[in-house]
Design a protein around this ligand. Sequence first.
Ligand code: SF4
Ligand code: SF4
Length: 302
Amino acid sequence: MLRVRFHGRGGHGMKTASRILGTAAFRSGLFAQDSPVYGAERRGAPIAAFTRIDRTLVLERGSIAAPDIVVIADDSLLDDPLVAPLSGLAPDGILILNSANPAEAVRERYSIPEGVRVFTLDVTETAQRILGHRAAVSAAMGALSCRAAGIADDAALSAAREELSEIGLPEALIRKNEELARACLAAADVPPLTVDRPGAPEPSVPLSVPAYDDPTVGTPSVYAPGNMPLRKTGGWRTVRPVIDLALCNQCWICFVRCPEGAISLDEKDNPHIDYDHCKGCLICVEECPTKAVAEEKEVRTW
Ligand code: SF4
Ligand code: SF4
């Protein structure tokens, strides 16, 4: 069995990427299972998704603690201790990472063992070039995961089309995503693992039956004071909004619409961004009527 764990943020499309791998494997004659896990729907919040593929029925359930392949949609996730995306990765596994940083820099910074094959590609920049904007990278990351799992490119691309159609993407955008996936595959020099590889780890998460609490326990009740400022969501940002006050007419729209409350107004009603908490959703860019908010790619180089 091959176990593949995907990490991303709300909006990256990593749940769809995991489905692309599952569908491509299934259409290639394998058994497949995929499932995501995330909390409240929140753009930018970390999510994980899991795909298992095998030649026989997949009976193992639950999250994957010891993956053969890890696929990460954003290198800022590597520094989030609540995510710990490299945990449990097989010592001879594969890491696929969307990053502008070279593989060896990633290996050195995160002490990744030599046996792990690390492949990095700036998928976000490639998406910007091909799609004209930084969109979800599901097709590209899904196709790269297929390559790493030894699934044929044709199966990967047709699974990407199937999954993107299912979520209602228009045909023109599906074609652009296929182009993006092809470009990423062309750059992917990753010797794949296969479902038949020897020495795959034993199931690490046994099948379990959930126990349900009494409804009085499960009913949501909030007793603690708000703690939003404690979670510095600035680390989620891959793109930074920058306000040009010379173009701003002090309309307050960005201040009102920011979902993180990361924009404050000074005594002259000029907006200012708190970058410790701005998660880079770019709603302020979209909403600003005078185009006073520009976006800049957040570059983390080591
Ligand atoms: S400042 Fe802009 S980009 Fe940042 S969280 Fe608020 S709306 Fe989103
Ligand atoms: S939405 Fe634009 S114009 Fe309005 S306050 Fe914000 S930056 Fe200024």
